[in-house]
Design a protein around this ligand. Sequence first.
Ligand code: ADP
Ligand code: ZN
Length: 229
Amino acid sequence: MVPGSRLILLGKQGAGKGTQCTRLSRHYVVPHISTGDMFRAAIKSRSELGNRVKQYIGGGELIPYEIVMEAVVERLDQDDTKARGFVLDGFPRTVHQAETLADILDPVPVDLVIDLEVPTQVVLKRLAARRVCTDCGANYSTDVPPKFDWTCDNCGGEVIQRDDDTQAAIQRRLDLYERRTAPLIAWYQERDRLVKISGRGDPDKVTDRLIEVIDKRRAAGGRHGGYRR
Ligand code: ADP
Ligand code: ZN
């Protein structure tokens, strides 16, 4: 059996977290937990949660702590996560969220937090070209579109530009990233969990770099997998 893993990816909007987390999730056979995907699915299904978060997402604002934690706690409590662990994408996004996550996981911390580094100039270009599948969240771009007419290669869903990939919302999200999320890099560094990896260049090469550091950390020991003792 492949041992599980408990991973967090940090990085600006457009750094490639979604794409890389999907690959890591397959490689290590752990659920990919993307809070953005969870909230977008809730909006699409017109659920009560969807109604509560819609305005925040559209404007590029952070969703209030209580709403985020309720959704994340419920997801972490499912069997796949408890057995295998997770790769977290878009959470934690504030020090407050990170502190609560550490409490939930206590006494076993996450295996590794990876900061996927990409310069702002590059992410701005990527975000302008970004297109996503409304059903499975797969990422495409105007440079690398789906094979057939903006229909997702994976699931046949419709591939569109995200509502919050407007100039104003992108600017707001990048600004919030610097102010609220970037401090997590030092926070995890102090706890000896953090590794920085360049997110530039060929996505396959980025994946190779990620797997290399994760495997190194796994070889160095520690507990792998779910979070219930
Ligand atoms: P991006 O990183 O490109 O902004 P995400 O899909 O990660 O996209 O998140 C989209 C939106 O969902 C965010 O702008 C925010 O409104 C909301 N969101 C996602 N995760 C969180 C979180 N952990 N805390 C607060 N809001 C969140
Ligand atoms: Zn799809």
